[in-house]
Design a protein around this ligand. Structure first.
Ligand SMILES: *Cc1c(COP(=O)(O)O)cnc(C)c1O
Length: 415
């Protein structure tokens, strides 16, 4: 058999051998490079090929029947998955220390997919209130149309979360760290509330990544990421992922096959390519985030810095105990600055680009008031803790001293 006839076999062994190389004893960088991949690939290629196929062929009628009757692991139609996607899912599951993972076309598709498959009319979900504004919007504006009630309690108020649980509560949801305030959830306490009340728990760990936080280890049921951010890491793709047990993800995977929120093969390739350097990039993001946060913390023009690696942060102690590092996102408030003076700083830096998103190799900067909350009422912004003098910077992998020199000149020139 020529190696080019391998795909069906490859697909088969991919689904049966959970993880040929990243067996949990391996360390993160090794897992990021090798987990989920066959040692010998189609065409003897070292990289996973991009299978540009919307459908997959059967030799004859009997093979179709065998596939259906014996539930043989192989590809069928592109909406149910493609070979590269399975590699990415197993790599991501291995990085999370989870049994399984389901990949989506974006982080929001992952959230929508998970909640739609788990919640029924009459159910309730409880959120910590600091969260990605679109997650909040999906629950309050759209799940509500299907009879799902959303309850919000203040971030990291565990007593309030526990008290809000009713017999109808189906899921407890939080980000950690939260965006843009960088609050860090005590995962042991969070998971314990879920266990005690018999309610499933979900952590959106996009800002932490598995490099800095391992929610499954702490007993959380589902971990969600916008893989658009650090996992892809190059500001060049959209993807999302949910990790958990195989059993709990089966209905999630089935609904994804119906919703069709799947990734194109090229996008999956970019994700796999990005993941190869995941460990190296995260080490630099952590280093740059901490250095930039410390610089800002000591700057006379800065009123407050939100970064959990700083002693001044409310959750410093929880972060030290539970996180390996604190990532590249740094949020800060300027002293005595209105929205225009704040915008001047954003407009005067020369390295970070002005854009939404975070977690890529290029540093990005934005004023949350303008970028994400411009159409909100001032009351809502106050409620969400979005201030006119707030700047959010996603530190990329550039040299920290260059980023600091750039911020320094921008703060000086606009003073
Ligand atoms: C970006 C982001 C999302 C949404 O992910 P997309 O890939 O943009 O759909 C969800 N949660 C957090 C914390 C994010 O930063």
């Amino acid at each position: 058999m020529s190696s080019l006839e391998l795909p069906e076999k490859v697909v088969e062994s991919l689904s049966t051998s959970r993880d040929a190389t990243g067996d949990g004893r391996r360390r993160m960088s090794t897992i990021a490079v090798h987990a989920g991949e066959q040692r010998q690939k189609p065409g003897d290629s070292i990289t996973d090929p991009i299978f540009c196929a919307s459908t997959y062929t059967f030799r004859d009628t009997q093979s179709v029947i065998d596939y259906i009757e014996q539930e043989q692991p192989r590809e069928e139609y592109g909406r149910y998955g493609n070979p590269g996607e399975r590699v990415a899912e197993q790599k991501l599951a291995a990085l999370e220390g989870a049994e399984d993972a389901v990949l989506y076309s974006s982080g929001m598709a992952a959230l929508v997919g998970l909640l739609m498959s788990k919640l029924n009319s009459g159910d309730e979900v409880i959120f910590f209130d600091e969260c990605y504004h679109r997650s909040r919007e999906f629950c309050s504006k759209h799940m509500s149309r299907f009879g799902v009630k959303t309850v919000q309690v203040p971030a990291c108020d565990y007593e309030a979360m526990e008290a809000a649980v009713t017999p109808n509560t189906r899921m407890l949801i939080s980000e950690s760290p939260t965006n843009p305030h960088m609050s860090v959830v005590d995962l042991d306490r969070f998971a314990e509330i879920g266990r005690q009340t018999g309610v499933e728990t979900l952590i959106d760990a996009t800002l932490a990544t598995p490099y800095n936080l391992q929610p499954i280890d702490a007993g959380v049921d589902y971990v969600l990421h916008s893989a658009t951010k650090y996992l892809g890491g190059h500001n060049d793709l959209l993807a999302g992922v949910v990790a958990g047990t195989e059993e709990s993800l089966e209905p999630v995977r089935n609904l994804r096959g119906i919703m069709g929120a799947v990734n194109g093969p090229q996008s999956v390739y970019l994700l796999l390519r990005g993941l190869k350097t995941f460990e190296l990039r995260m080490a630099r993001h952590n280093e740059n985030g901490l250095k930039v946060a410390k610089f800002l913390d000591e700057h006379p023009r800065v009123e407050k810095v939100y970064y959990p690696g700083l002693k001044s942060h409310r959750d410093f102690e929880v972060a030290q105990r539970t996180m390996r590092g604190f990532g590249g996102l740094v949020t800060f408030l300027l002293k005595d600055a209105d929205w225009r003076a704040t915008a001047d700083v954003v407009d005067t830096v020369t390295i970070p680009r002005i854009a939404p998103s975070l977690g890529g190799v290029e540093s990005l900067i934005e004023q949350p008031l303008v970028m994400s909350y411009y159409q909100c009422t001032p009351e809502d912004r106050q409620r969400f803790g979005i201030y006119d003098n707030m700047i959010r910077m996603s530190c990329g992998i550039e040299d920290a001293d260059d980023l600091i020199a750039d911020l320094s000149q921008a703060l000086d020139r606009t003073a």
